[in-house]
Design a protein around this ligand. Structure first.
Ligand code: NAD
Length: 491
């Protein structure tokens, strides 16, 4: 079958990269299947895209926000109409099972609807003044050209989080998707175009992070960078961006589920299996650590291993598949390396651990027991279907273990005791804490993001997405007709 060639999108036109080069991507569940040829963007492409976004800004910022919202509602409608086809494309492109790729598209639909509504809010504040006949308020203004740099694991949802929030606030966008998911990115941009986003308002440059991403981050005309991806890339972006830009970083994590001795163990089991092995463990919120109270540890461990044996690995398009492949060969090799490391560090490989001889990037669901904070498998983000169990003496010890990593994105506690739950909410150093549900499951109208090495403090979606993509300007209107000096002319 002929392999399709995909284009980049700059200033409302689909075209080839200035580099003249393309790259290919294969189906991770069957690496003999080539999915397409994609543009290998370079600096010139980035410059063109930023110029187009800059040119489009003045007009776009003056479109009334509710009108911008109408376009986003059309995006939502088109996503609904194409949901199944997009989900299938996504499963072929990055591997997660159909149920989850449908969820990914649904998350984009939810985000578009939320952000469309924001067009009728974009609230500033009014407040009092310490002086007579003086009015004080804040207004939200767009930033200008913003860069949206995204990973492959939520290839439509995360671009939608960033791009729709940026657009409703009146910014123009240069989008740099992951090189592993250019088809999803292209399909999303096609929908934005069809929904009526004017030319230049959103531009997409595909290609390597080290060239396209770096140049975009360093570009003087870019006023904000919204990035989701690996911690090391985030650290590099902080160095490259220089001053004068707003930088939002959403990065990896090592998320714990705490299971107390008073927990409903069947419920906890569902949460651990979903959190650890959903998306083949390739979620920033994956439950990669399970911290179990000593009184229930043996029992829970047996239950988990029995359940893991029932998981079916395979192509995510197959309706019976529970766990799909990893995204690429490098990911498979990394996970296999960590499994060896875990054994050498002294953790017990209690289930799985094998790399099957298939024509895809699979690794068996894997469970380590006896993991401790001095081990790499306890500390590092493996980003694969690997979880580890650690025993805790009591809640304080469990929280101490949960916090003993550099990351802080998502956490969970299973308990039937309200005091345990409230204490966990207070002391778990994570941007998200779930009580009696897994580490996964955020909803788009609430803030999403991590603390410590998982985030830079700017959270995504919800009202925080709007905060990131606007400057909240403070305005004073003095209608006294005389010079009034704050802090001095007080009565
Ligand atoms: P990655 O950091 O390798 O790539 C992310 C994006 O950054 C890609 O588009 C890539 O091309 C680009 N990039 C790479 N180098 C760059 C550079 N020097 N300058 C600018 N851009 C550059 O991450 P990934 O492998 O695509 O995604 C997996 C990671 O993302 C995991 O660590 C995961 O936890 C994290 N993640 C975090 C969240 C969150 O919201 N916290 C959500 C999903 C994924």
């Amino acid at each position: 079958m002929a392999v399709a060639t995909y284009k980049m999108y700059i200033d409302g036109k689909w075209g080839s990269s200035n580099s003249g080069e393309t790259y290919t991507r294969v189906n991770p569940a069957n690496y003999n299947q080539v999915l397409g040829r994609f543009q290998q963007g370079n600096k010139e492409d980035v410059n063109k895209a930023v110029d187009a976004a800059e040119d489009a800004f003045e007009k776009w910022r003056n479109v009334p926000p509710p009108k911008r919202g109408e376009i986003l509602l059309r995006v939502a409608q088109l996503l609904k109409e194409h949901k199944e086809e997009l989900a299938r494309t996504m499963t072929r492109e990055m591997g997660k099972v159909l149920m989850e790729t449908r969820g990914d598209v649904q998350e984009a639909i939810d985000t578009c609807e939320l952000m469309a509504g924001e067009g009728r809010r974009l609230f500033g504040r009014t407040t009092t003044s310490e002086l007579r006949d003086k009015f004080a308020m804040t207004v939200r203004l767009p930033l200008g050209v913003v860069a949206c740099i995204t990973p492959w694991n939520f290839p439509i949802a995360i671009p939608a989080w960033k791009i729709t929030a940026a657009l409703i606030c009146g910014n123009t966008v240069v989008f740099k998707p992951s090189s592993d998911t250019p088809i999803c990115a292209t399909k999303f941009i096609e929908i934005l175009e069809k929904a009526g986003v004017p030319k230049g308002v959103v531009n997409m440059v595909t290609g390597p992070g080290g060239t396209v991403g770096t140049h975009l981050v360093k570009h003087k005309k870019v006023r904000a960078v919204s990035f989701t991806g690996h911690k090391d890339t985030g650290a590099q972006i902080l160095k490259d961006a220089g001053i004068g830009k707003k930088i939002g970083l959403e990065m990896g994590s090592k998320n714990p589920i705490i299971i107390m001795d008073d927990a409903d163990l069947e419920l906890a089991l569902d949460g651990v299996v979903w959190g650890a092995f959903g998306t083949c463990g390739q979620r920033c919120t994956a439950a990669s650590r399970v911290i179990v109270h000593k009184k229930v540890k043996e029992k829970f461990q047996r239950m988990l291993i029995e359940r893991a044996k029932k998981l079916r690995m395979g192509d995510g398009l197959h309706p019976k598949t529970d766990v799909g492949p990893l995204v690429n060969k490098a990911a498979q090799e990394k996970v296999a390396k960590y499994i060896e490391l875990g054994k050498n560090e002294g953790a017990k490989l209690s289930y799985g651990g094998k790399v099957p001889k298939l024509k895809g990037w699979f690794v068996e669901p894997t469970i380590f027991t006896g993991a401790s904070p001095d081990m790499k498998i306890f500390q590092d983000e493996i980003f694969g279907p690997v979880t580890s169990l650690t025993e805790a003496r009591n809640l304080d010890h469990a929280i101490e273990l949960a916090n003993a990593v550099e990351y802080g994105l998502s956490s969970s506690i299973y308990t039937s005791n309200i005091q345990n739950a409230m204490k966990a909410i207070k002391y778990l150093e994570y941007g998200l804490t779930y009580v009696n549900s897994s580490t996964i499951g955020s909803e788009v109208h609430l803030p999403f993001g991590g603390t410590k090495a998982s985030g830079s403090g700017h959270k995504e979606v919800g009202w925080t997405g709007i905060e990131f993509f606007t400057d909240e300007k403070t305005v004073y209107i003095d209608y006294s007709g005389k010079l009034q000096r704050a802090q001095i002319d007080i009565e």
